[in-house]
Design a protein around this ligand. Sequence first.
Ligand SMILES: *[C@@H]1O[C@H](CO)[C@@H](O)[C@H](O)[C@H]1NC(C)=O
Ligand SMILES: *[C@@H]1O[C@H](CO)[C@@H](O)[C@H](O)[C@H]1NC(C)=O
Length: 350
Amino acid sequence: MATMQTLFLISVQLLLMLVRTSGGKVPAIIVFGDSSVDAGNNNFIPTVARSNFQPYGRDFYGGRATGRFSNGKIATDFISEAFGLKPTIPAYLDPAYNISEFATGVTFASAGTGYDNATSNVLSVIPLWKELEYYKDYQKKLRTYLGEKQASERIAEALHITSMGTNDFLENYYAYPGRSSQFTITHYEDFLVRIADNFIKELYGLGARKISLGGLPPMGCMPLERTRNLIGSHDCSQRYNNLALEFNGKLKDLVEKLNKELPDISLVFSNPYYVFLHVIRNPSLYGIDVTEVACCATGLFEMGYACNRENPFTCTDASKYVFWDSFHPTEKTNYVVASYLVKTVLAKFI
Ligand SMILES: *[C@@H]1O[C@H](CO)[C@@H](O)[C@H](O)[C@H]1NC(C)=O
Ligand SMILES: *[C@@H]1O[C@H](CO)[C@@H](O)[C@H](O)[C@H]1NC(C)=O
């Protein structure tokens, strides 16, 4: 019997064949967001939101801990590969790369950031407005490298991907009194949606036409939230999952609105919620055994520096787990989610 996973594999293979025979319409992937899509930008800024040490990256090429918050590749790496581009997307602040590599893919993402400036302040990471400043700087370099006309074409044809929002709720609104004393949760959601709205318009103003706006995962199922969910017997926090669903609904409406408002834009909503929850609720279909706790350390609360090579409890086979650390998925889960998004919403760009 074909499992869900082999079906995903087969369809991704088919898409890859299509890309290879058609030459591919997307020449670059340009990424904005948080730790779900950071490939190491935080290594080059003073913050504790880091993962450039073992056992992070132990299943990455050469076992390298790049600053990706996973044991291996992240979703955007798999998306790049599925589009026939390079198998990993480098971090813009990493001096090991230059514009010749960034021309086909780059990430400006920063672990710990969000839509809200106050979220990036919590761990002194790169705020979204600064990611956009880096993107403007990148465009200048791209124009020098490719020439004006080719660079503009490259930008218009490139797929721009955003993925953030979880930290605004879990690391900011529900963790500190600031925003929660200023906004009701509904008003805070609307405040974030307005920032997303402006951000997409800024990208559009800079020439981007193909954009994927990322939704929230079932964030109540992260091991850290399960650990905190004492009254709910450590099941997924329904409150946070419902919040993710509600916020995703608003992002979806925003996507519809902007597609009407902005001529020639092709904006899609990439919703990881249901596929992610499917993995959590049906792990055996994916060859996964453990959904409640993470692979790293005790799996209950550790991430970043608390997830380190000295910990004797870290699991030996991360592919049997949904989560790598208490806040981030394993490479396996990243692959399943990325493959699903490529096969569904992102397929229109191939
Ligand atoms: C980028 O770096 C490579 C070596 O890693 C070098 O050969 C190339 O000239 C550099 N390109 C630019 C545009 O600086
Ligand atoms: C975030 O900070 C930047 C830089 O100070 C500012 O330009 C921007 O308006 C702020 N965003 C919001 C939503 O307050």
